[in-house]
Design a binder for this molecule. Sequence first.
Ligand code: SF4
Length: 361
Amino acid sequence: MNTEQKLSVLADSGKYDLACSCKYDYEPGRVRGDAGKWIYPSALPGGRKMHLLKTLLSNECVNDCTYCPFNCVSNTQRCTLEPEELAAMFSRLKSARMVDGLFASSGVCGSTEKTMAKIIAVAEILRKKQHFRGFIHLKIVPGASDEAVRQAVMLASRVSVNIEAPSPERLAKLSRRKDFHNDIIRTMKKINEYKQLKKGSKGQTTQFVVGAAGESDREIVIATHRLYNGYDMERVYYSAFQNTASDEPAGDEGFVREHRLYQVDYLLRKYKFDKNDILFDSDGRLDLNRDPKQVWADSHPEFFPVNINRAGRYELLRVPGIGPVGASRIISRRRNGRITDASELAAMRVRHRLAGSYIVF
Ligand code: SF4
């Protein structure tokens, strides 16, 4: 295989990993492929207009993660890029103005240390030989040595290690070889430690695979809250498990679940919701039919109606249909006099039909 053929296989393999800044305003976060499965954007030679080359260095892997199409028992086409090949290809794509950043990840090819050495070598070539100053996201292999983590943090704009599951027990259902505390949590702590040594360092990100370990939404939300508050996580991503071994088109329920988890994530990060404000059924599941903010509002009738002309930012953000932008615009608009009807709210990016049941003027 030549480099382009390898990149074609490996960039396609990288589509399952969301833990990077791969979404741009002019393109959807993902699209449905012919087999009914979701495809995440990535850049390929001669391909669509995109900005981030997102690829694995290798899809060979000694690990046994049950959810992963590249685990050691799967029957898939394998290939490996050498660091020089990937760096040269990135440079060509960059010169052609097809990409302006790199997301590099890899299966565990031989050993963790050898794999990390290759990932780091790509960034070293780009930074030190090609003097590339743009965005590089390096995925750290769980269980990497402290020195490998340090080098990755120093070279990359952003690093991440995927948590995959909310607890040691759940992770044990997905892999016999990954240790939740030693391989993942310890690595996250090391990333934070080394980030302190680097000026202007961006936060780390991580990703859950949703629905592969029998975990509940409550378990994921509690773990997410802990990541944001205890591990200085910048973003948590959620990726619905897709059974790539099955020819059946992926069902929608997992993706609706993923969508609800993203809504909860926003509530935790942007709306000052606490984990105790997120409501679940007796099995720890989110309501798939309603936005979690609306579920909270409908369970707290004593909080409503909120007076749109008197409420503070906290109260406004509790109203379904009012987001951070809408709340700011309402507060700013009130300086010029009372808001008197719903049509005014529409111009402030408020979903006024939804908000209407929860507000008065
Ligand atoms: S370590 Fe990564 S590439 Fe290997 S089986 Fe697990 S998820 Fe897949």
